[in-house]
Design a protein. Structure first.
Length: 155
């Protein structure tokens, strides 16, 4: 420890760093005690969108596209009879499904719905699943999001 001249025990320096530590710890505790505000008019937070984007790029973008744009001919079955990945950006039918249904699809996959998406229930925990959904819903225009809400999206 460096000592200040005239302060042989370093007491001034210790007090200075002690107060800085108290202020930092208080700031962290205050921040932890307050919930992050949601994105205006939406159920999710900016942090969920950021986390969801990273997860989406790893687990979903290979099929649904980096911006959740899906495939061009998502309405036409492939040769194997399965449907290709639809857009999740609000231009397809994802907004017709409530949050609970979207989570179930992420967890169990889309094979039961005629697609070939694998389930991620064993890979992504519930917070991760919600973050992925928050990311693709962040691409939904307000009109689509409000229609989703009106259909009971949060039920």
């Amino acid at each position: 420890m460096l000592h200040l001249k005239g302060d042989p025990m370093g007491i001034v320096r210790q007090r200075k760093w002690g107060w800085i530590g108290v202020v930092l710890i208080s700031s962290v505790l205050t921040a932890c005690g307050e919930a992050e505000p949601t994105v205006a008019g939406r159920w999710y937070t900016p942090s969920q969108v950021t986390e969801g984007q990273a997860l989406f790029q790893v687990y979903c973008a290979g099929c649904h596209g980096a911006a959740a744009q899906g495939t061009q001919d998502w309405r036409t079955p492939l040769a194997n009879g399965k449907y290709p990945p639809p857009p999740l950006n609000g231009t397809a039918h994802a907004w017709h499904h409530p949050l609970k249904g979207l989570k179930l699809t992420v967890q169990n996959g889309g094979q039961g719905l005629g697609g070939s998406m694998p389930g991620f229930g064993g890979t992504l925990d519930e917070a991760d699943q919600e973050a992925v959904i928050a990311y693709f819903q962040s691409h939904w225009p307000d009109q689509i999001y409000q229609a989703w809400i009106s259909r009971g999206g949060l039920k």
